[in-house]
Design a protein around this ligand. Sequence first.
Ligand code: FE2
Length: 330
Amino acid sequence: MEQTINIIKELPSIFNQALAIINTLMEMILSVLLAFGVISGPATDDPITLKDAENVNLAVVAFADTHIRPTGISPYNLECGLKDIDNSEINFDALLIAGDISELGDDISYELMWDSLGEAEIENILLATGNHDVRVAYDLRTEQIIDKTGSFLGTEIDKPYYSYDINGYTFIVMGSDGRLFEKAFISDGQLAFIDAELERATKDGRPAFVVCHQPLENTHGLPEVWANGGIGEQSEQIREILVKYKNVFFLNGHLHDGVYENSLEVLSEENGVYSVNLPAYGKENDYGKFLQPGLGTYFEVYDDEVIFTARDFREGKSLEGYTKAFTLIK
Ligand SMILES: [Fe+2]
């Protein structure tokens, strides 16, 4: 009996050791494939470009659903994306990842992620928690992800949600206040925080960015694309807060919708409030015109407009027809 209990206690460490061995094998196989040119990094003939690099106020790369796992090709995909950013020679102000950083919520995957992000030459890294991150070990993973974000940003974060200003523009990053399997629980405290931060952030007419892993209900093809895919019970309260303010951009992941006409949604025409669905970076997407892994978005902020562009960062290719400019409401 005692022996059985000991074996059960050791299972997590055996699991982690097995993952570590598989990860080492994967890295060896990838390095051989790279050496023989079977796979290669992103192309360099179609680099990321900005409309006006001299006058841009803020430039940000936005990924979601990286789903890093030690046993697949996802770490390589991420390395390609970071290389594509590097190849552009644009000094992006931030990289944000809108949740589902890891597939399994295991230690090795986060270590791979932190190693890659640590090497990225981007000043600010904003991380949101996703359901894959926190649905098993909610307290542990929430604390780990916000701590890591705090260390990337050089600040202290003490809640699953936070806000951070870059070049005078505010990012409000949401996170579930409790453990749910797919959806998020947004507490009254978090709702009040979003409301107060948006009031502060938008009062001078500047756009503000709200990042959340899950989308609002009835946006981006919901519920048809995924009957249970929305954020959950607080969706309407969040929407009511967002549309009160001018020039608000809500960015979500979670759906694994690729890039297509449903990627952008108008929440308030009058106030210029939009929802932007970020495709899954680490996995094949399920709906849309472009479905491949490695898809992401970058956006540029100017005095009078915000421009979003979808891109295949793994291959280093722009997605023609998927650049959208939003004129800011005065
Ligand atoms: Fe996901």
